[in-house]
Design a protein around this ligand. Structure first.
Ligand SMILES: Nc1ncnc2c1ncn2[C@@H]1O[C@H](COP(=O)(O)OP(=O)(O)O[C@H]2O[C@H](CO)[C@@H](O)[C@H](O)[C@H]2O)[C@@H](O)[C@H]1O
Length: 481
């Protein structure tokens, strides 16, 4: 199949979160399976040396109603020398200090920027004569595309057999903007469809995707189910219910070319389940690197965007109690300044056991996975989650809340001791989280042989992208019928 994969971020180019990981791993796997995939993304000036990629097209998105046009260039790059990446370059929209926001403030014209990107993507693929069987959209940024296909290109012979799918990586972000931001798409700005509008003047990008795409998937079966509920649908449960027959869940894979402790170049010592002494060395070096006392105490790690989603508000109220125990805690994350401030305060009080690094640091993320004994993911909601899969591979037992993909990928010791790979708690309450941490700590201290067995279980689990890609193929095929 010919797949045009639209994304707002991509590992090795620009990354703020898990979407970038998937945007790399899934196309790579699809190409391995002989599909022809082109990734399309904005040419942000934060992409390292983007100007070295050759310009292969000089185009203009014109508005036939008033003859105005938006000029743009297309650059061509390669992902790992394997997948073609087309970068849409327009200085006004994408030559900025950041991708979505600056100083914690979203760009006021994000709707216009991504409406332009979606429309320019279709124009480009037509110009470059790449006829997609599937246009694969991801999250709100590209969710307008199925609507553009359905309305602007409804009679186009070029896109006659093209079908669209949308993957929901995070349904809380929906992209709600004034319709006027879609000025470059006259046939669409007038759309008067209650199911894609939000209030009188606004359009909800994600609702457009869910309404117009041929198939929809969430990044885990449990999250797909949650989306259809009032509690888990982020205000869009009815929209998902309306499409329930076209909605499925496909769990993400783990990219073991990046996240395998036996070959990982970002960690000081490589290890596998037979050479766990080297994991201990990774622990000591992590302690040294983060200025914690080098010792045998269990380390709890956490790497995430600091947002409500990641359950940081379940952790903060019990941080004092947690840090009374003989443990070390390392949190790496950036995000809400008020949360960062609170965490910084705690580092002063517990300098000998708590480290908070407010940085985005890929190498450190790998070191935390390798050197920790437990990994914390007390998420309020979690569409799939990648870090718990990385943790499994590194023998770092995940402590997670029973939501979305976390529930689908971790097996709780208290429910299934034989096959267990971690610990799970249910209620979104600080006390429930603390109890689970204590449960894990006691397990580590008092049942150490069992702990080592579970650790081995975890390291044997595989979430291969080939399995997920197979599910995507099925979804593509069903979209085409
Ligand atoms: N400070 C930091 N330094 C270094 N690395 C950091 C970092 N903060 C985050 N990361 C990295 O960013 C990625 C985060 O991935 P997640 O899947 O956990 O979350 P995210 O919420 O962004 O993704 C959304 O999309 C993905 C993909 O579908 C879903 O799995 C997820 O549930 C959904 O919320 C991981 O690779 C992590 O290591």
């Amino acid at each position: 199949m010919n797949v045009l994969f639209l994304t707002s971020e991509l590992c090795d180019f620009v990354k703020t979160g898990g979407l970038a990981d998937v945007a790399k791993a899934l196309p790579m796997e699809l190409v391995k399976r002989n599909h022809d995939v082109r990734i399309m993304m904005p040419c942000y000036n934060r992409i390292p040396n983007y100007f070295d990629y050759p310009v292969i097209a000089d185009l203009s998105l014109t508005n036939p109603q008033n003859n105005t046009g938006i000029e743009f260039k297309v650059r061509q790059a390669k992902l790992c020398n394997k997948v073609t990446v087309w970068l849409i370059e327009n200085e006004h929209y994408f030559a900025r200090n950041s991708i979505y926001a600056e100083n914690n403030q979203s760009y006021y014209d994000n709707g216009e920027r991504f409406a332009f990107f979606s429309a320019a993507s279709l124009l480009t693929t037509e110009y470059l004569k790449f006829v997609p069987d599937i246009v694969h959209c991801n999250d709100w940024h590209t969710a307008l595309t199925p609507m553009i296909l359905a309305l602007k290109y409804q009679n186009s012979p070029f896109f006659k057999n093209t079908r669209s799918v949308i993957t929901i990586h995070n349904g809380a972000f929906q992209g709600v903007f004034e319709k006027s931001q879609l000025w470059m798409l006259p046939e669409i700005s007038q759309v008067n469809n209650e199911t894609v509008s939000q209030g009188f003047n606004n359009i909800n990008f994600l609702k457009c995707g869910v309404f117009y795409a041929d198939k929809i998937n969430a990044v885990s079966p449990s999250y797909a189910e949650e989306l259809t509920t009032f509690l888990g649908g982020h205000g869009m449960s009815q929209n998902y219910m309306d499409r329930i027959n076209d909605l499925c869940g496909i769990v993400n894979g783990c990219d073991y070319s990046d996240w395998d402790p036996s070959i990982d170049k970002n960690i000081p010592f490589n290890f596998n389940s037979d050479t766990m002494v080297d994991k201990s060395l990774c622990k000591f070096l992590l302690q040294e690197y983060t200025n914690l006392p080098v010792c045998n105490k269990p380390i709890f790690g956490m790497v995430c965007r600091l947002t409500d989603q990641k359950g940081i508000n379940l952790l903060i109220p019990v941080l004092d109690e947690m840090l009374q125990h003989q443990i070390q805690l390392i949190i790496v994350g950036t995000g809400a300044p008020e949360l960062e401030n609170i965490l910084h305060q705690y580092t002063k009080k517990y300098a000998d056991r708590f480290v908070f690094k407010s940085v985005y640091d890929n190498k450190l993320a790998h070191m935390v996975e390798a050197g920790s004994d437990f990994f914390l993911m007390p998420s309020i909601y979690e569409p799939c989650g990648l870090n718990q899969m990385y943790s499994l591979a590194y023998g770092t037992l995940p402590i997670v809340r029973a939501v979305g993909g976390l529930k689908d990928t971790v097996i709780c010791y208290d429910e299934n001791p034989l096959e267990a790979t971690g610990f799970i708690f249910k209620e979104a309450e600080p006390q429930a989280f603390l109890n689970c941490v204590r449960r894990a700590l006691i397990f580590y201290l008092q049942e150490h042989l069992e702990f080592l067995r579970i650790r081995r279980n975890a390291m044997n689990v595989r979430y291969n992208w080939s399995d997920s890609a197979e599910e995507y193929e099925k979804m593509y095929k069903s979209a085409m019928h």
